[in-house]
Design a protein around this ligand. Structure first.
Ligand code: ADP
Ligand code: MG
Length: 770
C-alpha cells in the first residue's frame, strides 16, 4: 500500500493524467487511437490564405517583443518565404518573399524565444486571423525550418488537462512499439476465418497511429478505412467471444430443476376458470392455520388478501370437492385468473418453463411493451418454482412498483400459498425494524415461498433457505453489481434468472450487448385495449388541457399529470410539481388532486398512491416516480409537462400508464418552447415520433437512432466504453461476422480466443458476466 502511494506521488503531472485516462499498460496506450488527424506533410501559402484557414509555411523572424498590454504576451513578426523549387535549399538567393504575419503567444517559455530569435528561419502552422488587416496567428506550432516535414499524418488524441499532445503522442508510440515487438498484436483470427479486406491487426493499429499522407483524411475520420474496419471487427469479436464464454461458464453451473410438466390443457384452454376440478388435500389444514401466515402484513397487504379471497371464494369451493390428486399452484393460479393469457404470453411461459426445468441456470430477458402483461408471466414462473419446493425472489427498482407487484402477487398467490402453509414476504428499505425482522425470518426459514421487494432483497442479512428463481423487473434500472449480488445468494447452486424490461431492445443491440442472454418477447397486447391518442401541444394551451381534464373527471375517469425530474436542481423539480398541483387545485375546485414526488416520506407516497389506485383521487400530479409499472386501469388521460425534456423510451413508459382499461385514453405531450420560443430539432423529432407510433419496438429503434447505444442503455448498463470503435448502426455486417465466428473460434482455437478477449477487455470481463 505504502509503496503504491509513494510511486503515485512520484508520478509527473502528465503521467498522472495518462493514468486518469486509463492509459497504464502498453496495450492501453497502443489502443488509444487518434480522434482525428492533421495534415502537416505539406506546406501551403500564407499569401493566398483566407481568414480561418489553417496554413503551414516557412518564415524568417523579423522582430520579437514581450509586451504587457492588454496582457503579457510574446509578439513576433515574421516574413513568409517560399523556396524556389529550381534551387537548392542552401542557396539563400533562391528565396521568394511572401506575406508578413504577426504571431502572438500568451503562454511561452524561454526555449520558444530562442527558436524565434530574430533572423531564425522557422516552419509555422496555425489558423490565420485578420486576413484583411495584417495576418495574425495565435499560438502557432513552431519548428525550425530545417526539421524535415513529417511523412505521415499527425494524429490528434483525446486528452485531458496537463497532458499535451506531444507527450501523449510519444507515450502512445512507445507503447505501440513495445506491443509490436512483443507480439501483442499477433493474429488471433485464423486466416481461414478472415475476410479478404481484413488488414492484419498490427498493420492496422500502426497505420492508424501514423497514416501515410496519401490516404483520405475523410476515410479515416468516418472510420471507413480498412484499418478502422479491422479494429471494429476486432472489438466486436472480443465482445461476442467474452459473452459466449460467460454463457458457457454459466452452462457449467448447476441450478435446481423447477416445475413439473406444465399442464398444457390449462395453459391453452379458452376458459381456465372451473375447467379443472381437483381435490386439494391442503385445504383442510390451511383453514386451521390461518393465523400462522401473513406475518407482519400491513393494512394494504391485508386488503389485497381480502380482495383475492372474495374473488376466489367460489372456485375454492369447487376445488375442495373432487377427488383427483392435488393440483399445482401453477394450475390453480391459471384457474383463478380473471383473464385468458394471450398467445404471446402462453409462448413465453412455455419458453421459461422449458428453461427452468433444466439443471443449468436460466438467463433470460423477458421483454414486452408496456402493459403487455409481463407480471402474470413472472408469477407463473414463480409458482413453478414454488411447486418444486424452492423460493423465488422478485426485485423491483422502486418501492411503489415493488409494492404494487407485492399486492398483485399476494392477491393471486396468497390464498394458494396459505393452503400450503407458505406465505409471501415483503422487504423494503423503509419498513419497520420489527416487520423487517419477521420477514427475514420467514425468508430464511423457507416459509416465504416468494419474497418481493426493492434492492433491500440483496442485502447481506437476507438469507434464503432455497432460492430457485430470481425475477428482476425493469432490469435496466439496476446496475450490474446488484444483479451479481442476487446471484450470489446461494453458495453452491445458481438460481435461475428472469429479467423483465418494457424497453424493448432493438435487434442489433440485443445481438451485441445481450449476446449471451436468451430473449423472450411478448409481442401482443391483451385484447380490448384502445389505442392512446397522443397530442403534442404548447404549454401556452394549458387552459385547454385543464378543460380536458375536467371532462375526464366528469366521466368518472382519472388523470395523471407528470412533471419532469430535473436532476441538477431538485428544488426546481419540486416547485414545478407543487405549482402545478396548486394551479390544478384552484382550477378544479371540489376535485381531489394529489401530489407525489421523490422527496416525500415513503409512507405519504404510499397513501397518495393508494388513494389514486382506489379511485379516491381524480388527478395525480407527480414527478417521474410513477414512471414504471404503475397500473390503474381507470386512468384515461396522461399530461406530460415539459415533454421535450424526456427521453423517448421514458415518454413511452409514461404513456403506457393510460389506456390500460377499455376507456378511450389520451396522452398530452405539453412542451415549453422556452425563451427563444422554439423547440429544438431533436426535441421536435422525438415528440413527433411519439405522436406517430405506439409500438414500443419502433420507439426504441428511433430512440436508439437519436441517442446512440450508450445513452440508450444507460451508462451503467453498457459498461463504460464497451464499444469504442464499432458503431452498431453502421457496423452490422461486422457484428454478424463476429457473431458467426465467435463460437467457432471458441470451439476450435480456445487459446486464440482467450488471447483475443484479454487483449481487448482486460479487467472489464467481470462486468460482462453479470
Ligand atoms: P407490464 O407488461 O407493463 O408489466 P402488467 O403485467 O402490469 O404489464 O399488465 C398490465 C395489465 O394487463 C394488468 O392489469 C394485467 O392484470 C392485465 N393483463 C395481463 N395479461 C392479460 C391478459 N392476457 N388479458 C387481459 N388482461 C391482462
Ligand atoms: Mg410491469
Amino acid at each position: 500500500m505504502a509503496t503504491t502511494e509513494k510511486s503515485k506521488a512520484s508520478l509527473s503531472a502528465p503521467q498522472k493524467a495518462l493514468r486518469k485516462l486509463g492509459l497504464e499498460r502498453d496495450i492501453d496506450l497502443a489502443l488509444h487511437l487518434p480522434l482525428r488527424y492533421e495534415d502537416e506533410t505539406r506546406l501551403s501559402l500564407l499569401s493566398t490564405a483566407s481568414e480561418g484557414e489553417c496554413v503551414q509555411f516557412l518564415a524568417e523572424v523579423k522582430s520579437l517583443d514581450i509586451i504587457f498590454k492588454p496582457r503579457r504576451q510574446l509578439v513576433v513578426q515574421v516574413h513568409e518565404f517560399i523556396m524556389d523549387a529550381e534551387l537548392t535549399e542552401s542557396t539563400a538567393k533562391g528565396l521568394i518573399w511572401g506575406d508578413l504575419c504577426t504571431l502572438r503567444f500568451f503562454n511561452f517559455y524561454p526555449t520558444l524565444q530562442k527558436t524565434l530569435a530574430v533572423g531564425q528561419r522557422v516552419r509555422l502552422r496555425g489558423e490565420v486571423k485578420g486576413a484583411m488587416l495584417g495576418k495574425t496567428i495565435m499560438h502557432p506550432t513552431v519548428h525550425s525550418a530545417q526539421t524535415p516535414l513529417p511523412k505521415t499524418l499527425t494524429p490528434v488524441y483525446s486528452t485531458t488537462a496537463g497532458l499535451p499532445q506531444a507527450y501523449i503522442r510519444r507515450a502512445v508510440l512507445t507503447g505501440l512499439d513495445r506491443c509490436i515487438r512483443l507480439g501483442s498484436f499477433s493474429e488471433t483470427i485464423p486466416s481461414f476465418f478472415s475476410k479478404p479486406d481484413l488488414w492484419p491487426l498490427a498493420k492496422a493499429v500502426q497505420f492508424l497511429h501514423e497514416p501515410t499522407a496519401d490516404v483520405s483524411i475523410l476515410d479515416l475520420q468516418d472510420k471507413t478505412h480498412p484499418a478502422w474496419q479491422r479494429l471494429k471487427a476486432e472489438e466486436l469479436l472480443a465482445q461476442q467471444l467474452s459473452q459466449l464464454r460467460a454463457k458457457r461458464e454459466r452452462l457449467e453451473l448447476k441450478a435446481p430443476k423447477l416445475g413439473a410438466e406444465l399442464s398444457k390443457s390449462s395453459l391453452h384452454s379458452a376458459q381456465f376458470t372451473g375447467a379443472r376440478v381437483a381435490t386439494n388435500s391442503y385445504e383442510g389444514e390451511s383453514l386451521g392455520r390461518e393465523d400462522q401466515v401473513g406475518v407482519g402484513h400491513d393494512k394494504g397487504i391485508a386488503k389485497a388478501k381480502g380482495n383475492a379471497k372474495n374473488k376466489n371464494k367460489d372456485k375454492d369451493k369447487e376445488v375442495t370437492q373432487a377427488s383427483e390428486p392435488p393440483i399445482s399452484t401453477t394450475d390453480q393460479l391459471l384457474q383463478v385468473l380473471p383473464f385468458k393469457l394471450t398467445k404471446a404470453q402462453q409462448r413465453v411461459v412455455q419458453e421459461i418453463s422449458s428453461d427452468i426445468k433444466k439443471d443449468v441456470p436460466m438467463y433470460r430477458l423477458l421483454q414486452g411493451d408496456v402493459g403487455s402483461g409481463k407480471t402474470i408471466v413472472a408469477a407463473l414462473a414463480a409458482t413453478q418454482c414454488i411447486d418444486s419446493g424452492y423460493q423465488c425472489v422478485l426485485m423491483a427498482p422502486t418501492e411503489i412498483l415493488a409494492e404494487q407487484h407485492f399486492k398483485k402477487l399476494l392477491g393471486w398467490l396468497s390464498p394458494l400459498l396459505e393452503q400450503r402453509q407458505l406465505c409471501v414476504a415483503w422487504l423494503s428499505g423503509s419498513q419497520k425494524k420489527k416487520d423487517r425482522q419477521a420477514m427475514l425470518e420467514v425468508t430464511s426459514s423457507g416459509q416465504a415461498a416468494l419474497v418481493v421487494g426493492t434492492h433491500a432483497v440483496i442485502q447481506e442479512q437476507v438469507k434464503f433457505k432455497s432460492l430457485g428463481l430470481v425475477l428482476i423487473d425493469e432490469q435496466h434500472r439496476f446496475g450490474v453489481a446488484q444483479r451479481l449480488a442476487l446471484k450470489d445468494k446461494l453458495p453452491d447452486q445458481e438460481p435461475h434468472l428472469l429479467m423483465m424490461s418494457a424497453t424493448p431492445i432493438p435487434r442489433t443491440l440485443a445481438m451485441s450487448y445481450y449476446a449471451d442472454l436468451d430473449v423472450s418477447t411478448i409481442d401482443e397486447l391483451p385484447p380490448g385495449r384502445t389505442p392512446v391518442v397522443t397530442k403534442v401541444v404548447s404549454d401556452r394551451r394549458r387552459e385547454e388541457v385543464i378543460a380536458r381534464i375536467q371532462v375526464q373527471l366528469h366521466l368518472g375517469r382519472q388523470v395523471y399529470w407528470v412533471c419532469p425530474l430535473i436532476q441538477e436542481s431538485e428544488a426546481i423539480d419540486l416547485t414545478n410539481a407543487t405549482q402545478t398541483h396548486e394551479l390544478l387545485s384552484q382550477s378544479l375546485p371540489g376535485e381531489v388532486i394529489g401530489l407525489l414526488h421523490s422527496k416525500m416520506p415513503v409512507i405519504e407516497k404510499k397513501e397518495v398512491m393508494q388513494a389514486f389506485t382506489e379511485g379516491k383521487m381524480g388527478v395525480l400530479v407527480s414527478t417521474t416516480v410513477i414512471e414504471v409499472g404503475v397500473d390503474v386501469p381507470n386512468a384515461s388521460l396522461m399530461v406530460i409537462e415539459h415533454a421535450e425534456r424526456f427521453g423517448l423510451s421514458q415518454l413511452h413508459q409514461l404513456r403506457g400508464r393510460v389506456g390500460r382499461g377499455a376507456a378511450a385514453s389520451a396522452c398530452v405531450l405539453m412542451y415549453s418552447s422556452g425563451e427563444r420560443g422554439k423547440l429544438s430539432e431533436t426535441a421536435r423529432e422525438r415528440l413527433k415520433a411519439m405522436a406517430d407510433t405506439q409500438d414500443g419496438f419502433e420507439i426504441a429503434r428511433r430512440d436508439l437512432d437519436i441517442r446512440g447505444p450508450g445513452e440508450f442503455l444507460g451508462a451503467r448498463q453498457s459498461g463504460t466504453a464497451m464499444l469504442r470503435f464499432a458503431d452498431l448502426t453502421t457496423d452490422q455486417e461486422w457484428l454478424e461476422w463476429a457473431r458467426s465466428l465467435a463460437p467457432l473460434l471458441l470451439e476450435r482455437h480456445p487459446l486464440l480466443a482467450e488471447k483475443h478477449i484479454s487483449r481487448w477487455l482486460g479487467n472489464k470481463q467481470e462486468y460482462l458476466k453479470a
